[in-house]
Design a protein around this ligand. Structure first.
Ligand SMILES: C[S@@+](CC[C@H](N)C(=O)[O-])C[C@H]1O[C@@H](n2cnc3c(N)ncnc32)[C@H](O)[C@@H]1O
Length: 433
């Protein structure tokens, strides 16, 4: 059945606003749907897919939309919509429009200029080419342009993976174990999970496999004192709390009250009682000071460019500025430095980002090591072997969508050297006399 011709006008209207990049695309889209309650489920799906297609393929579509006659925005929308639902599902197009769209969508992108083919802003393309070479950059760009599957994490304190697979199959939702994360499941359709008893009762959480691997890398154990320094809405906090089997103490710090508030209902579902959310003002907050030298493990899931999440948030590459990366580095180093004080001798500090830029990753990790001789690097190959995760890594964890089918993640693990015992000076006899 054809979509109503007005669907293109709807998509064009919301796209126009989203392409101003004043707010995240998903926020603008949700608000638009709220303001247009008459749009049905199928129409909403088509508008959303059109918007995401345009964000993913903006350079490619723009090259062709700007050439020829007609309004650019209409052509941009037409390409995004036809790519999403097929030109035959669209009503109200002129013959010229139909022919034009069909011709553009058949173009072999391999013949295009590399920077345009990557569908990235030039500053980002150039940075990545300098970092990993042109061929790898294009593979990464293609990987980042594929929509992400839905990954779930089984909450080990309430369920096991096989039982969850069987219960989902009754729904019927087909889920398969993720290749690397021991509690992960991958679902290829996009089912509504919110009403499933499995979800409501906290047996499953939505979490990308990369984020699950990163949580496992922390290696939190039963009875330990653990801090999730940048806990946000708690994606990794929940995984850490379950790994600790709901024992010990897990502090969830964040500077954002709004994000920590989102953790609360997730915590309630999870059944965890070992998590203590703490709102901090900054990385030097007095609330942190009293825990100095007492913590076994600290995860710093630092604020970053977020470029590793492009499969889900393709607008990030257009919204992010090169200058913001440099500002982010200062923040990342400061948070890591503040968090390091919490660790006891032998304790582990994990620095992580959802970015694939060396500047936010290797650079910050190496800079930290150079400035903190009381910490040493634990090679990621060793950490992954400890966790029995079969991934081939060197010193750092570098997850990439085109290689691992996860979002882009980085992690480095540092161990604090045993603290030198305080030496009490022994007065010699002559001194005593
Ligand atoms: C990448 S997000 C964390 C995502 C979260 N760990 C998860 O798995 O869902 C980074 C978080 O760092 C927080 N943040 C920013 N500055 C901070 C600071 N100085 N100290 C602690 N948290 C901070 C942000 O509010 C944001 O929630």
């Amino acid at each position: 059945m054809r979509l109503p011709p007005a669907i293109l006008a709807n998509a064009e209207e919301v796209l126009r606003e989203i392409l101003r990049f004043a707010a995240p695309a998903d926020t603008t889209l949700s608000r638009y749907f709220k303001d247009h309650p008459r749009l049905g489920g199928r129409e909403r799906g088509a508008v959303a897919e059109c918007v995401y297609n345009v964000l993913r393929n903006k350079s490619f579509y723009t090259d062709f939309s700007e050439a020829g006659g007609g309004a650019t925005m209409r052509r941009l929308t037409l390409l995004g919509m036809a790519d999403a639902v097929g030109v035959e599902s669209l009503g109200g197009l002129t013959d010229d429009e139909v022919q034009w769209v069909e011709r553009i969508l058949q173009i072999d992108r391999k013949v295009m200029h590399k920077s345009s083919r990557s569908n990235m802003p030039k500053w980002l393309f150039d940075k990545l080419v300098a970092q990993m070479g042109e061929e790898e950059t294009l593979l990464l760009a293609d990987g980042m342009n594929q929509p992400a599957p839905l990954d779930l994490r089984v909450n080990a304190i309430k369920a096991n993976r096989d039982d969850v697979i069987a219960t989902l199959a009754e729904a019927p939702i087909r889920a398969t174990p993720t290749p690397f994360a021991p509690l992960g499941l991958r679902v290829l359709q996009k089912p509504q999970l919110q009403n499933l008893p499995l979800f409501k009762d906290g047996h499953i959480e939505v979490q990308d496999e990369g984020s699950q691997i990163l949580s496992a890398v922390v290696g939190a154990k039963r009875g330990e004192m653990v801090v999730d320094f940048c806990a946000g809405a708690g994606g990794k906090t929940l995984a850490l709390g379950a790994t600790m089997r709901n024992t010990g103490r897990l502090y969830a710090f964040d500077v954002s009250e709004k994000r920590l508030a989102k953790l609360k209902p997730r915590l309630a579902r999870s059944g965890l009682s070992n998590v203590h959310p703490v709102l901090i003002a900054h990385e030097r907050d007095a609330k942190i000071k009293r825990l100095a030298g007492k913590i076994d493990r600290v995860l710093v899931d630092a604020p970053c460019s977020g470029l590793g999440t492009l499969r889900r948030n393709p607008d990030v590459k257009w919204r992010q500025q090169e200058s913001a990366v440099a500002e982010m580095q200062v923040k990342q180093a400061a948070i890591l430095d503040g968090a390091a004080r919490l660790l006891k001798g032998g304790g582990r500090l994990v620095y992580a980002t959802c970015s694939f830029l060396d500047e936010e990753n290797d650079f910050i990790a190496n800079q930290f090591l150079a400035a903190h001789p009381d910490f040493e690097l634990v090679p990621m190959s060793k950490v992954l072997a400890e966790q029995k995760i079969d991934l081939d890594m060197g010193d750092f964890l570098k997850l990439l969508p085109h290689k691992h089918q996860t979002d882009g993640f980085f992690a480095a693990v540092f161990e604090r050297k045993p603290m030198a015992k305080k030496v009490v000076p022994v007065k010699d006899e002559a001194e005593e006399e």
